[in-house]
Design a protein around this ligand. Structure first.
Ligand code: GUN
Ligand code: ZN
Length: 426
């Protein structure tokens, strides 16, 4: 048994206010006991069972971060200049994804992708792979090799993209079925049914995606929704008989508590009501929304409407694999709308909040006994400037806000995957 010693922080529920100290548990000299990949005790270090002590003082021990929406084939698309969504897809993204029919390329990028996730403290990603089944094979094989809890799926897309990136309604169904039976529930992998978005799917393909959701109600479904004004206009021209963008996904049976709707920026009251009623999740991707110029996600309006919210990097429309940088930009998106995003809420979102959005809080997102030992060790004073700022810090929320505002992978001192140290070996 290992005992990780340090300052220990885990959330029990969503913080309602900036100083909702009842939303989490925190031990200044705490311990987390780990055995066989699971957390077996948490509390004061003095109360820990016997074991091999790994002393991380004065660092902060937290659950590993969760990134609920990114694109593993876009590792080399990050930082592509000067385009908004539809041009960005055609100019940079689709050409990059074309290369993922090549198994060696897919394997190389999968390695780099999981390196980058772990380097930034993300222990559970939810990824879109490319249209090629080989890309999902590479993704799950690399996650399995490292014993990472990973979710993902090959995108289904049968129009409005280059030939090399198109499947058909039938092949997308067959390939998805085969990948589900090979990878879903194998080790720590979960398959996600992934119609890319309405623009790149014919009605026949969305029908197939709906059939897959009906046949596999335990699986997640991910797609993109109302990210950009031109995207919405093009979508409605392709699907003129539906009341709005969300109405398309609603019609094909894609919504529900397992539906992850990337971006969800420009929504009507009707759409928010349907998202609430179906318990679908709005996935806020702030670095991407700012970088591609898509718009400002209205966190307060979405939350007040009773819609579930998750946060994500959206690599490579997003500009960083760091959840700190993601929440830093989320804070600014809220600021621009006169809203607040307190640090306790931000750190809840990247851990327990995202786990709840995935319906997986029994496994990940906390340091609760019985959950999986995916853990980050955080050092808010890892850079000279941050160390200087930390001299003035008096409270835990202040420390979290420094991590979020100045943080990047340097603040992640170590990351444990199912109880095994993983950052040092990168
Ligand atoms: N909409 C459809 N595909 C994509 C994608 O790859 N990235 C983003 N940001 N939006 C999308
Ligand atoms: Zn995306």
């Amino acid at each position: 048994m290992k005992i990780l010693r340090g300052r220990v922080l885990t959330f029990d529920r969503r913080p309602e206010t900036a100083d909702d100290y009842g939303a989490y548990r925190y031990w200044t000299d705490g311990g987390v006991a780990v055995e066989n990949g699971l957390i077996t005790a948490i509390g004061d270090f003095a109360d820990m069972p016997d074991g091999q002590v790994i002393d991380h003082h004065p660092h902060l021990i937290m659950p590993g971060f969760i990134d609920t929406h990114n694109h593993f084939p876009q590792m080399q698309v990050i930082g592509s200049y000067g385009a908004q969504l539809l041009d960005w897809l055609n100019t940079y993204t689709f050409p990059a994804e074309m290369q993922f029919g090549d198994e060696a390329h897919a394997a190389r990028i999968a390695t780099a992708y999981f390196d980058e996730m772990l380097r930034n403290g993300t222990t559970t990603p939810v990824a879109y792979c490319s249209v090629h089944p080989q890309s999902a094979e590479a993704y799950f094989a690399e996650a399995e090799r490292r014993n990472i809890r990973a979710l993902g799926g090959k995108v289904m897309m049968d129009r409005n993209a280059p030939d090399g990136l198109l499947d058909t309604p039938q092949t997308s169904y067959d390939d998805t079925k085969a990948l589900i039976s090979k990878w879903h529930g194998r080790g720590r992998g979960s398959y996600v049914i992934s119609p890319r978005f309405a623009i790149t799917s014919t009605p026949e393909q969305l029908e197939m995606a709906g059939a897959l959701c009906a046949e596999h109600p335990d699986l997640h479904m991910q797609t993109h929704l109302s990210e950009n004004r031109d995207e919405i206009a093009f979508t409605m021209s392709l699907y003129p008989d539906h009341p709005d963008y969300l109405g398309i996904y609603e019609h094909y049976g894609l919504l529900g508590p397992k539906a992850l709707l990337g971006h969800s920026i420009h929504l009507s009251d009707r759409e928010l009501g349907v998202m609430r009623d179906t318990q679908s999740v709005a996935v806020f991707c702030p670095t991407s929304n700012l970088f591609i110029g898509s718009g400002l996600f209205n966190e307060l309006r979405t939350r007040d409407a009773g819609v579930r919210i998750a946060v994500a990097t959206d690599i490579g429309g997003g500009t960083s694999a760091s959840m700190f940088k993601t929440l830093d930009e989320a804070y600014k998106v809220c600021q621009l709308q006169g809203q607040n995003l307190p640090p306790l809420y931000a750190f809840y979102l990247m851990t327990l909040g995202n786990a709840e959005a995935l319906g997986m809080a029994d496994k990940i997102g906390t340091l609760d006994v019985g959950t999986e030992a995916d853990i980050v060790i955080l050092n808010a004073a890892a850079t000279p400037h941050a160390a200087l700022r930390m001299e003035t810090i008096e409270t835990l929320p202040e420390e979290l806000f420094v991590l979020q505002t100045l943080g990047d992978d340097r603040m992640v001192a170590e990351v444990y995957v199912a109880g095994e140290a993983a950052k040092a070996v990168l």
